[in-house]
Design a binder for this molecule. Structure first.
Ligand code: ARG
Length: 463
């Protein structure tokens, strides 16, 4: 073990041990998530270098092949958990270069020609984000699918509609569940917008200002399956951090939707409501009270929503103080970015089976219907008989104790207009879900086909 403050030898010079630890931060662990992306980005870069005009070509086609074969070996070692990123490496970029140089000698040392870690980390994060965002969209489609199925299965089950949490008007379980599915589908549009913004290749920006050699940025972008290169090299670097904050912003919206769903379920599964029962597997007990079945999962969904928002705020504030060009501050956006993504994905994944296993207590839902829930319906009945609405309103208000109990099923069945409890377009919701699932599989197929072609072997590699 190195003594504190003793200098350590890195690929790019000797650095004081404490300075190295401080500046590397958590990269040594977090960059493990970027190993695959770093190898892919490097494979595209060397492929392009080998196709440069002859007079400035530093690698032959055969060299590029050798590097790519070695990157394949690194990828397999990483998959087996046998690829190490040391503090002396600082990050994944120099760890990969160290490994390539150990195996390939001078050829390994040529790989970084016309590249900087600044554009390298930018492409790594975008490749990582591309895969993650496709997974987020797929997970949104799954949870929205569970909510839509729940809505269809209980479409006509009456449920008191609430405003201010107070009983308001007749509604249905179908309307409640379909609304949560619809919210997720709106959030998916934001995730998709972030996905398209992310889908641009920053490689070739180098330190931030390009290089004085005729590199082919379009080729690199195509090789990596991006839709296009970032048009301006400085913007390719400046967009780091901003892009993460946009992605986290979309995820924050997803988490707000999930937090509301969780909050509804915490309330409606209380014994005092008893509208729904959570599947036993999603409840946890108490260490002192033998009878307890607590909705801990749902409570943590609420707090995780707060934490994803905090991740976005952390990144926004790092960007706020960052001038043009690469600044090391941007490295610290990595942790909240990865954390926000993983918390959102875990939340989407835990809620899908919870919704699928949710039980509906029709009796309890019907018990919620007191005569006052029908007050507005009654006023509108009087309107249909010719009374001006405000007069009908005051009439009903003055005779609240005379309100008759109505059959809630019949009351709900009368709400047939577009989007109302008996006018829901379940097929429309399903079509939106299917469209997301199809987009994910098309985009993923195209992305993985490009990467397979680049590596000359199937991507993603099978374990
Ligand atoms: N680990 C660094 C990051 O995430 C890589 C880039 C380092 N660049 C530099 N100029 N020090 O930002």
């Amino acid at each position: 073990m190195a003594k504190n403050n003793s200098p350590l030898k890195t690929t790019v010079g000797v650095v004081d041990a404490e300075v190295l630890a401080y500046t590397a931060g958590r990269d040594v662990e977090l960059d493990r998530h970027l190993i695959a992306a770093d190898c892919l980005g490097t494979a595209a870069h060397v492929t392009m270098l080998a196709r440069m005009p002859k007079e400035c070509r530093v690698l032959s086609q055969a060299d590029a092949k050798k590097v790519i074969a070695e990157l394949g070996a690194i990828l397999r070692r990483a998959q087996a958990g046998q690829f190490e990123i040391t503090l002396e490496d600082q990050d994944v970029h120099l760890a990969v270069e160290r490994n390539l140089t150990a195996k390939l000698g001078d050829l390994g040392k040529k790989v970084h020609t016309c590249r900087s870690r600044n554009d390298q980390v930018a492409v790594d994060l975008r490749l990582f984000a591309k895969e993650e965002l496709l997974a987020v969209l797929a997970e949104i489609a799954s949870l929205a699918g569970a909510l839509a199925a729940f809505a269809r299965n209980h479409a006509e089950v009456p449920m008191v509609g609430r405003t201010h949490l107070q009983p308001a008007m007749p509604s249905s379980v179908g309307l409640w569940a379909d609304a949560h599915a619809a919210a997720l589908l709106d959030d998916a549009a934001l995730v998709l917008a972030a996905y398209h913004l992310n889908d641009q290749c920053p490689l070739g920006a180098a330190a931030s200002y390009g290089v004085p050699l005729p590199i082919d940025r379009q080729l690199v972008s195509d090789l990596l399956g991006f839709s296009r290169p970032v048009a301006n090299v400085l913007q390719a670097i400046n967009s780091r951090g901003k892009l993460e904050s946009v992605i986290l912003g979309a995820l924050t919206q997803v988490m707000l939707t999930l937090s509301r769903l969780a909050q509804d379920l915490v309330l409606f599964t209380m014994p005092e409501f008893g509208y729904f029962a959570l599947p036993a597997a999603f409840c946890t007990g108490s260490s002192i009270m033998p009878q307890k079945k607590n909705p801990d999962v749902l409570e943590l969904v609420r707090s995780r929503a707060a934490r994803v928002t905090a991740c976005q705020v952390a990144v926004l504030d790092i960007v706020r103080s960052s001038p043009s060009g690469y600044n090391r501050d941007l490295q610290d956006a990595k942790e909240p970015f990865m954390e926000g993504l993983s918390m959102t994905r875990a939340t989407l994944r835990i809620l899908a089976p919870l919704i699928a296993g949710l039980e509906v207590n029709r009796e309890a839902l019907l018990k919620g219907f007191t005569p006052d829930v029908f007050a507005t319906d009654r006023a509108l009945e009087l309107v249909a008989g010719g009374m001006p609405f405000r007069d009908a309103y005051h009439h009903v208000k003055a005779h609240l104790d005379e309100l008759q109990n109505v059959d809630p099923v019949a009351a709900v069945a009368k709400k047939t207009h577009l989007g109302a409890p008996a006018g829901l377009n379940f097929d429309g919701t399903t079509a939106r879900i299917v469209a997301i699932a199809e987009l994910v599989s098309d985009e993923r197929a195209e992305f993985h086909a490009a990467l397979s072609k680049l590596l000359g072997t199937k991507w993603p590699m099978t374990k």
